[in-house]
Design a protein around this ligand. Structure first.
Ligand code: ADP
Ligand code: NA
Length: 350
């Protein structure tokens, strides 16, 4: 039975937070029944913004533990870390030569992460989306579950795939590779597929608890801005109670969340954690004050996150097991990636 191929990754940097969980990991878990899935700890990406890390092996194990604790089955699917499969870096180099500097300069994440001193950002930070395209396309994956912040990078992945397909069209045909696909109305003979982002859901971009206009992020200096996957119940409760809100009661319809980013964020989090729509949540809480809604959100967040937290801690006490998962996943991913790279080298003429 044919199943669509999913690829996604999480960087081994800092604490995993509720945004990573709702925007990415929870979706990874849900896709396992219907899709063939490859989930990667993207350690090559982790050195783009900060080169030297105190404990990169520990961070890699911690993300791996989070994947498994959340419910990803590493036997049925593939879990591994990026640096174990050098074909990612090899394809990224080729994509560096496909992509244009102008495309990279337009990436809002690069502008955000590089800050004011752009000339002094690493070249890797600029080329990050080209590595991300390689991560996905080295498996010729078609479906990519990510948070809304990655939307622009996935569009770039499509641009890179399209330019490669066009530039090498004759050689792809000559090698007997590729298939005819429709891009819009246009038939194209393609080696690399056009990836489909999977971003939808009630909380595609989880916002900071301190400032409803900034995304919840590992790099926010205020720990109160985010709920970490490893926070205990008391910490989760404190952070939600202190979360910024406005003084009004919750509206009974989604329309009423417009212009109220903090309320919108908390309702979205509630909806995502309970697998409901925001409209559905507001049916229960419309007309209620935050003094009623916040304790309900605390209970829900603790109920969902506590088992993941517990299992993650248990797994992190068994590094030999985690390492065996990564070795096994790396070997299986590597075999698939090499199959693509043999063909790509052939197409290019290496
Ligand atoms: P971060 O952005 O925290 O450094 P990564 O870049 O490793 O983390 O992202 C891992 C996944 O988590 C990506 O799919 C990303 O889109 C998702 N993600 C990160 N932050 C958020 C957020 N605030 N809301 C929703 N999804 C998010
Ligand atoms: Na990100």
């Amino acid at each position: 039975e044919f199943k669509q191929l999913v690829f996604s990754g999480v960087q081994p940097t800092g604490n995993l937070h509720l945004g990573n969980y709702l925007g990415a990991i929870r979706k990874f878990v849900a896709l396992q029944e219907s899709h063939d899935c490859i989930y990667c700890v993207v350690d090559l990406h982790a050195i783009t913004a900060q080169l030297v890390h105190d404990d990169l092996p520990g961070q890699i194990r911690s993300i791996t533990a989070a994947f498994i604790a959340a419910g990803i089955d590493p036997k049925q699917h593939i879990v591994f870390n990026q640096s174990q499969v050098p074909q990612h870096a090899e394809l990224a180099w080729i994509f560096n030569c496909v992509a244009r500097i102008g495309w990279m300069n337009r990436m809002t994440q690069f502008k955000d992460k590089a800050g004011k001193d752009r000339e002094n950002a690493s070249l890797g930070l600029l080329a990050y989306p080209s590595l991300m395209a390689a991560d996905i396309l080295v498996y010729r994956a078609t479906h990519v579950p990510v948070g809304d912040d990655q939307k622009q990078h996935l569009e770039l992945t499509r641009d890179i795939a399209m330019k490669f397909n066009m530039d090498f069209m004759q050689k792809i045909r000559a090698a007997g590779l590729g298939t005819d696909i429709l891009v819009g109305d246009e038939p194209v003979h393609a080696y690399f597929p056009m990836v489909e982002p999977m971003i939808e859901g009630p909380a595609p971009r989880v916002m900071s608890l301190k400032d409803g206009t900034k995304k919840m992020s590992k790099s926010d200096p205020s720990d109160l801005s985010r709920i970490n996957l490893l926070d205990d119940a008391e910490t989760i409760s404190k952070k939600i109670r202190k979360a910024k809100t406005d003084p009004d009661a919750l509206p009974s319809e989604v329309e009423g969340l417009k212009g109220r980013p903090e309320a919108d964020n908390l309702v979205g989090i509630f909806a995502a954690l309970s697998d409901r729509s925001k409209a559905d949540v507001l049916k229960d809480f419309g007309g209620q004050q935050f003094s009623v809604f916040k304790p309900a959100l605390v209970d829900l967040a603790v109920e969902v996150l506590a088992p993941v937290n517990g299992e993650m801690r248990r797994l992190m006490d068994d590094p030999a097991y985690i390492d065996s998962v990564l070795r096994d996943g790396g070997a299986r991913a590597g075999a698939r990636a090499e199959k693509t790279m043999k063909e790509v080298r052939d197409i290019i003429g290496f």
